[in-house]
Design a protein around this ligand. Structure first.
Ligand code: FAD
Length: 416
């Protein structure tokens, strides 16, 4: 993909904002900008409905960002979490109110794109970026389909391998290889794998299951889907998975060990989750907003990204509307929010991850003894609490545990 000269083209459209990528982040940004009466164009290299490697789980707090009519999309609702560790009896916590909703990303994303179009956004599908440059305070973008746009605001919502980021760094660098190198290092990633199975042995059809023994340094999940299917996946947050696909397939086998049968309902697939702690991409250019995975907005404890994709899109739009005359102020305000609010919260989530996934046996003992700890998952997912409070409660309760006994048990558990 080469860069074209910056000569003003006759067919260049001037718009208020350009959005690249139409996943939950991009589609939400377009819808909100459109509702505010701005002229916005959004493009995606895929044609919707398109598949996306993802568990498709949304915490209930995320539904506040969904446009009207979302409840008509096929989905399942969970009110509880099953925590599993090896052969020990699972700990169940059920709050009796919805904490998570599970969707097929094909349906959810297509619905969000259609809502963006209905709000007045110009949607272009099946088109990638051919060139992108920033000059004299204006972004110049040409698409594969030879359409060109100019705007003072650009929202990069094109996922974890963001081309927006690569193009802008490359155009900023005299040496393109150096730009590419920096782009690669700005966001580090965790590989994660998932697939759908039809499973005949389940704790309860509507529960989310988290298995702490499935993955060293991470966890395995099972989310209930429609038609009796389950989305099963693995991710390593403390230790990134070296062979995610193998880890997934052996996790799926653990369901069979118990006498149940798991029949594959989709092909296993691997994709990447961004590591926020390596991300230094925000506030680099006036008028540039990196939202969702492109901005490394995934929490490093649960791996929740859809909520943060929509939250960051909403924040970017509100900064654009508030500072419409000053792209510099708008991007700086967004970057401050990312660093001081979102990444700060993620730093607590990461602390929690390092205790939980490094010492799963100790954590499991803690939850067995104080099952109310699991209610913290629910309060984070419903938006009533945050990872800061979660970390505090875990810290307090850990000290109450009889450590000698726990450590003996922990050593034993590691051998499972
Ligand atoms: C295995 C796995 C399981 C996960 N499970 C969950 C889960 O259960 N719940 C949860 O909340 N999060 C989950 N996540 C994270 C979640 O999938 C992401 O955080 C979320 O999709 C981010 O949304 P987004 O809009 O930023 O990016 P995406 O959804 O990735 O959308 C980016 C869009 O940009 C387009 N694009 C890319 N490059 C270009 C280009 N050059 N030009 C034009 N368009 C382009 C793509 O086609 C895509 O449509 C999971 C991730 C993985 C890998």
């Amino acid at each position: 993909m080469s860069s074209v000269p910056l000569a003003i083209r006759k067919d260049t459209e001037k718009v208020d904002a350009v959005v690249v990528g139409l996943g939950p982040a991009g589609a939400t940004a377009i819808r909100l900008l459109g509702e505010a009466g701005l002229r916005v164009v959004g493009l995606d290299r895929a044609v919707f409905p398109r598949p996306k490697v993802c568990g498709g789980g949304l915490s209930s707090r995320a539904t506040a960002f969904l446009p009207k009519g979302w409840d008509k999309i096929p989905h399942t609702v969970s009110t509880g979490v099953h925590l599993v560790y090896g052969v020990q009896p699972p700990v169940l916590f059920d709050v009796g109110v919805p904490i998570a909703y599970q969707f097929d990303r094909r349906d959810l994303d297509a619905f969000l794109v259609e809502s963006a179009r209905l709000a007045g956004g110009e949607i272009i599908q099946g088109t990638s970026i051919r060139s992108l440059e920033w000059k004299d305070g204006i972004f110049h973008l040409t698409s594969d389909s030879e359409r060109s746009y100019e705007s003072r605001f650009l929202i990069g919502a094109d996922g974890v391998t963001s081309s927006v980021l690569r193009f802008l760094l490359n155009s900023d660098m005299e040496n393109h290889d150096e730009g590419e190198q920096i782009a690669r290092n700005l966001i580090r990633m965790y590989p994660a794998s998932e697939m759908e199975v039809v499973n005949h042995l389940s704790p309860r059809l509507t529960d989310v299951l988290i298995d702490l023994s499935a993955v060293p340094g991470g966890y395995g999940w099972s989310f209930p889907k429609t038609d009796g299917k389950k989305n099963v996946g693995v991710v390593g947050f403390v230790t990134p998975l070296k062979r995610p696909m193998e880890t997934l397939l052996s996790f799926v086998k653990t369901f069979q060990k118990d006498g149940g049968q798991s029949v594959q309902a989709s092909r296993p697939a691997t994709w990447l989750i961004p590591d926020y702690s390596r991300s230094k991409v925000h506030g680099k250019l006036p008028g540039l907003f990196l939202v969702g995975d492109a901005g490394a907005m995934v929490d490093p404890f649960l791996g929740e990204g859809i909520y943060y994709a929509m939250l960051s899109a909403a924040r970017a739009v509100s900064d654009i509307l508030l500072h419409s005359k000053s792209p510099e102020k708008a991007s700086q305000s967004y970057a401050q929010w990312v660093f001081h609010k979102v990444f700060r919260e993620f730093s607590y989530a990461q602390k929690l991850a390092s205790v939980t996934y490094r010492f799963p046996g100790v954590y499991f003992r803690l939850v067995q003894k104080y099952p109310h700890v699991l209610s913290l998952y629910a309060s984070v997912m419903t938006g009533k609490s945050d990872y800061r409070s979660f970390t505090r409660v875990i810290g307090k309760n850990l000290f109450k545990l009889p450590f000698r006994k726990v450590l003996i048990k922990f050593r034993h558990n590691r051998l499972l």
